[in-house]
Structures are given as structure tokens and as C-alpha cells.
Design a protein around this ligand. Structure first.
Ligand code: TRP
Length: 446
């Protein structure tokens, strides 16, 4: 075991860092996109419910394990588990999470590279490049490498001089840009029709199994759950802090920003419609996913003239910032493990792992059709729910309840008589595993 462990210097810095991890492309791209393809407000409603009843308890499980063990996922789960077999299972689960976090970063870096390309596209004429030069394969490789280098540079700084410093700078900026964009879109004709689609639920869709599975996956991804990201951030929280409150704030911020992003994107689509941009596909559904972000929105910005140039620039800056405060949290997972369990220096570990993950990203870009969807499905559809389930089992079934209570009591001495302590242990023990199992079974069958 080498090096002294870092710790967040204040409650604010932890919240910025954890909210920075949670708020990412999943909120600003994924959430509005899912809303568009799953019946508007019906999805929003189901999402809100699942985020509170399922994702928040699972987030708490990770924060509590992390702060208790003050260690990376492998060491932490070993510490929580009992008996040699339990400890082996703990280590294996932690290691699986570390691998998945790294693989998530490998595809996240690619998508972030696209955002950078769109962000910098307006500069191409000044650089003497042809229009479209930023979207070639070669450019994609460069942008992804650039994004990974930025992620590595921040993580070499450690908890205080890297994660907390950059999250505390970038998160307020993100909120500012997002708010200004929303205000601007609402001055445009058509925005109000979009608002209606966003806010008035089509109740007939609420029971859709597809909708519920998507909402669950979205909630897990959005709160960065399962892979040890929140566990490692939790391990840097001071023992004086009240964990249920901190976790609650992070959940609220994550949901709040997703809802705000929907408030930007869905109305923006109807502004685009007003401006003559096609926003529906052949079946009459709203365009979603890549087509939404890379076709509809750029067409909208083009149709807005000079202002559109600025709006587009701000929008892709927003995406890039959101991606960066998330990617650093993914890289911290394998780095903390390598430093703590294998005695590497942080600098060396960060460059080594960042380099390896970048190499995987490049391979995925070069065989995009074969690999990209596969990596996304393996990590987010398969591994994240499975790992989330394991973590709930560790906290609910394996860890001594007394030990658990002792940990939560630190910084929150009255917790024993609180609503949280009445409800949460039952949730992580029974309800979360059950809901995950049912929806996971559904995913496996389909
Ligand atoms: N939550 C982030 C988003 O919404 C992405 C993210 C960061 C993540 N760390 C993670 C997703 C760990 C899964 C696991 O974009």
C-alpha cells in the first residue's frame, strides 16, 4: 500500500465531483433521446420514480461501502465480505467493476470525441481546413485521443488538485450554459409545442416493458452506478459528512439536470420543425439518438443564422464539459486500484491505464460497426445491472447490519431513528435486487 489517500476538502467539492460524474452525456444526450423515443412525459414520469426508489438506494450502497473501507472497489468489497470465499467473491466483483468502468470510458471517449468535433467545427475555415474535415476517421482518432489526454491530465492531479478542482470549475459553467440555452430556445417560435410533448404524459405508454427497462438502464447509467465510480468517490468523503443527505443531493442534481436537458432539447426539436427541419422518422416517431444530436440539432443551428452559430458552439461546449467531468470519474476507478493495490505512482498508473484505454478506443473506432454496439451492450446493458445487483447483495446480505449502521452513523448520529434507516436497508436487501433481477431477466430474454 503506497501513498496517503486523498480526501475531498469540503461538502461542496464532493457534490460537484459526484454530480460531475453523474451529469454527463447520459443526461444531456441520453435522457432527452430516450424521452423522444419513449412517448415523451410518460418516460419522464417512470424515470423519476425509478431514480428515487431504485437508483438512490443503490447509490447509497456504493457511497457507504466506499467511505467505510476508504479503499478502491477490490479492497473495499474484500473488507466488507466474510470468510475466504466471500472475500474472493468481493475481490472478483470489484475487479469486474474496474474492467467495466474502463470499457465504459473506452466508448465514452469516442462519443466525447464527436462532441469535440462538432464544437470545433465552426473554426475549420479559420484553420484553413475543408468543411467536414473534423468528421473524418483520422479526425475522430485525434479528437478521442485529445479528450483522453485531458482526462488523464486531470486524474494525474489526484483528488484535490485534479477531480475536485476541475469539477468545481466546470459544473457551475455547465449549469450556466444550459440555463442560457434554455432561455434562448424559449424565445423561439415552436418551443411551446415541444414543451407540451415533454410535459403531458401519454399514460397508455407507462406500462410498456420496453419503457421501464430503458428507464432503469438510463437511471443506472446516469448515476454512474455499479462499476465502483461512486464507491471510490465515497471513499474520499470525510467521516464527518452525512451520507444520506449527500447522496440525496447528488441524485437531485443529476435528475434536475436531466430534466433541464429535456427542457432544452425537446422544445428545440419543435423549433427546428417550425424552421422546416425534419424531426420525425418514417414511422412518425420523433427522431432520436445520433440523428437527433448530429442531424436535427445542427440543422436547427444552421436555420438560426448568426445566433445559431453561437448556440451550436455553446451546445457542444456543454456536451464536452459534461463528458469530461464524467470521464475523469471512470478513469479514477482503475487508477485508484492500481495505486493502492499494486503500489504504482499515480502519475505512472494514470498514463499507463489512460494509454491502454485509448488504444481500445482507437481499435473500436477502426472496427466501429463490429465493436461499438458490442462494448456498449456488454457494459451498460449486461454488466452494470449485474454489478448493481452484486453491490446490493454485499450491503444487504453479506455485511453485518451493525457495521453498516455504525458507518452511516458517522456524521449522522441520529440516523437510527430516521426514515432513511427504516426504509433503506429493506430496499437494498429486497426491493432493489428484485427489480434489477426482473428487468435484467427481461433484457436477457429479449
Ligand atoms: N453518469 C455519466 C453520464 O450520465 C456517465 C458515467 C460516469 C458512468 N461514470 C460512470 C456511467 C460509471 C456508468 C458507470 O453520462
Amino acid at each position: 500500500m503506497s501513498a496517503v489517500r486523498g480526501e475531498f476538502s469540503s461538502r461542496f467539492s464532493f457534490i460537484m465531483a459526484a454530480a460531475g460524474s453523474a451529469v454527463g452525456l447520459g443526461n444531456i444526450w441520453g435522457f432527452p433521446t430516450q424521452v423522444a423515443s419513449n412517448g415523451g412525459a410518460a418516460f419522464v414520469l417512470v424515470y423519476l420514480v425509478l431514480a428515487f426508489v431504485l437508483a438512490y438506494p443503490a447509490l447509497m450502497a456504493e457511497l457507504v461501502i466506499g467511505r467505510f473501507a476508504r479503499a478502491n472497489a477490490v479492497a473495499a468489497l474484500q473488507k466488507v465480505a466474510r470468510g475466504p470465499a466471500g472475500k474472493k467473491l468481493g475481490a472478483a466483483t470489484g475487479f469486474y467493476g474496474i474492467v467495466v468502468a474502463s470499457l465504459i470510458l473506452s466508448f465514452y471517449g469516442i462519443v466525447a470525441g464527436w462532441m469535440l468535433a462538432h464544437w470545433l467545427e465552426p473554426l475549420t475555415p479559420w484553420l484553413g481546413l475543408q468543411a467536414g474535415a473534423v468528421h473524418t476517421i483520422a479526425a475522430q482518432l485525434v479528437f478521442t485521443l485529445f479528450f483522453m489526454a485531458a482526462t488523464v491530465a486531470i486524474i494525474t492531479g489526484g483528488v484535490k488538485d485534479g477531480i475536485e478542482k476541475w469539477s468545481s470549475r466546470l459544473m457551475p459553467l455547465l449549469l450556466l450554459i444550459l440555463s442560457l440555452l434554455i432561455l434562448y430556445v424559449f424565445t423561439q417560435p415552436g418551443a411551446v409545442s415541444g414543451l407540451k410533448v415533454y410535459l403531458i404524459p401519454d399514460f397508455s405508454r407507462i406500462g410498456d416493458r420496453g419503457l421501464i427497462v430503458s428507464a432503469l438502464g438510463q437511471a443506472f447509467f446516469s448515476l454512474s452506478l455499479g462499476v465502483g465510480t461512486m464507491l471510490i468517490y465515497g471513499s474520499y468523503i470525510s467521516k464527518q459528512e452525512n451520507l444520506p443527505v449527500l447522496g440525496g443531493l447528488v441524485t437531485l442534481i443529476d435528475i434536475g439536470i436531466a430534466v433541464m436537458a429535456g427542457l432544452l432539447i425537446i422544445p428545440a426539436m419543435y423549433v427546428a420543425l417550425e424552421n422546416g427541419v425534419e424531426i420525425f422518422d418514417a414511422s412518425g416517431a420523433l427522431l432520436a439518438e445520433g440523428a437527433l444530436v448530429f442531424t436535427v440539432l445542427p440543422a436547427l443551428f444552421d436555420s438560426m443564422g448568426v445566433a445559431g452559430g453561437l448556440v451550436g458552439f455553446a451546445f457542444f461546449a456543454l456536451m464536452s464539459i459534461a463528458a469530461l467531468t464524467s470521464s475523469i470519474s471512470m478513469l479514477e476507478v482503475p487508477v485508484a486500484y492500481t495505486v493502492e493495490n499494486h503500489g504504482f505512482r499515480r502519475n505512472a498508473a494514470t498514463w499507463l491505464i489512460g494509454g491502454t484505454i485509448s488504444a481500445i478506443s482507437l481499435a473500436v473506432i477502426l472496427s466501429f460497426d463490429a465493436l461499438f454496439g458490442l462494448v456498449v451492450a456488454f457494459t451498460t446493458r449486461f454488466s452494470q445491472p449485474l454489478l448493481g445487483l452484486m453491490l446490493c447483495v454485499f450491503v444487504g446480505w453479506i455485511w453485518h447490519r451493525r457495521g453498516l449502521l455504525e458507518e452511516i452513523k458517522q456524521g449522522n448520529p441520529q440516523v437510527e431513528s430516521s426514515l432513511f434507516w427504516k426504509i433503506w436497508p429493506i430496499y437494498v436487501k429486497f426491493i432493489c435486487p428484485l427489480i434489477i433481477l426482473v428487468t435484467f431477466g427481461d433484457t436477457l430474454l429479449s
